[in-house]
Design a protein around this ligand. Structure first.
Ligand SMILES: Nc1ncnc2c1ncn2[C@@H]1O[C@H](COP(=O)(O)OP(=O)(O)OP(=O)(O)O)[C@@H](O)[C@H]1O
Ligand SMILES: [Mg+2]
Length: 267
């Protein structure tokens, strides 16, 4: 059995506002990528989640596993970071997901060498088929490079007007310095399908954003809350939930080779 021959994929997710649902989405999309039925003769993709917030990262606690990165190493010489060291930093979740995260501490982002972050991403890309990045909302010295190294960069927002405005503004600023011609994906989380007069509709949201939305994820408070409290992906606990299904559909779009090729050609 061979590994999936399709090229490696790196997906970055960041939030337009706090609590947009990024950390949960990183777990769900990673889980969905691992569960994609491989072509005959291929093994399931190996998936690693990476928390790029060394101060406030929550991926390890959402999955209820240890955070294994030695932050001292991240402030040192990037040449030290190879596959063996990266493997030693990886923690394993019983779902099959792998995690690269640092134990959070006050000021944990200070002193991190951006080249160490890139070296860790490079090493992880040789070890895994799919990398999903949880990118902190506060801009860090490694954010630009991490977004540029990703195949798709997602801005996640909810339907509130301030978050939609922030998403539009942040995407414009980020695109100006990262991927000219390769737009970010916008994903609306906590989407309420039924529209009431007083709420923002999908059409209003697309107008406020000034671009089409790549995907919507339905509002479903109980499912991500249960998942978080059980330390498991919602996809494994409640695969039939709207939340897990929408996240799986999102990952399908983000990993679509045809879609990615079209975007590159347009760029
Ligand atoms: N589709 C959804 N429907 C309802 N609630 C959701 C949905 N997605 C996420 N949530 C809830 O939103 C809250 C924030 O989720 P999460 O921590 O994943 O967001 P975040 O963007 O990573 O936040 P932060 O800005 O703190 O890093 C959680 O309580 C989670 O359960
Ligand atoms: Mg988060």
């Amino acid at each position: 059995m061979s590994r999936n021959p399709t090229r490696k994929t790196c997906i970055a997710l960041m939030g337009a506002a706090g609590g947009a649902g990024v950390t949960g989405a990183v777990i769900e999309t990673g889980y969905a990528a691992m569960k994609v039925k491989p072509a005959a003769g291929n093994a399931a993709p190996r998936v690693c989640l990476m928390d790029l917030d060394f101060e406030n990262g929550a991926l390890a606690s959402y999955l209820d596993i240890a955070a294994g990165i030695d932050t001292g190493v991240m402030a040192g010489d990037p040449a030290r970071i190879d596959g063996a060291l990266t493997s030693a930093f990886v923690t394993k979740h019983d779902s099959g997901l792998r995690l690269l995260a640092a134990p959070g501490r006050l000021g944990g982002n200070d002193g991190v060498n951006p080249n160490c972050v890139l070296a860790l991403m490079d090493a992880a890309a040789t070890l895994y088929d799919v990398l999903v990045l949880d990118v902190p909302r506060l801009w860090q010295p490694w954010t630009q490079a991490a977004l540029m190294a990703s195949d798709r960069a997602v801005m996640m927002t909810d339907m509130s007007i301030p978050a939609l405005h922030s998403a539009r503004e942040r995407m414009a600023q980020i695109e100006a310095i990262t991927q000219p011609g390769r737009p970010m994906d916008i994903v609306i989380n906590k989407h309420e399908r039924r529209s009431f007069r007083a709420t923002v509709t999908a059409t209003d949201a697309q107008q406020a954003l000034g671009r089409p939305v790549t995907a919507f994820v339905a509002v479903d408070p109980a499912t991500p809350r249960n998942a978080m409290n059980c330390g498991q992906p919602a996809g494994s606990l409640q695969a039939d939930s709207r939340y897990a299904k929408d996240m799986a559909a999102l990952m399908k779009v983000l990993m679509s080779p045809a879609d990615n090729a079209a975007r590159k050609a347009a760029g």
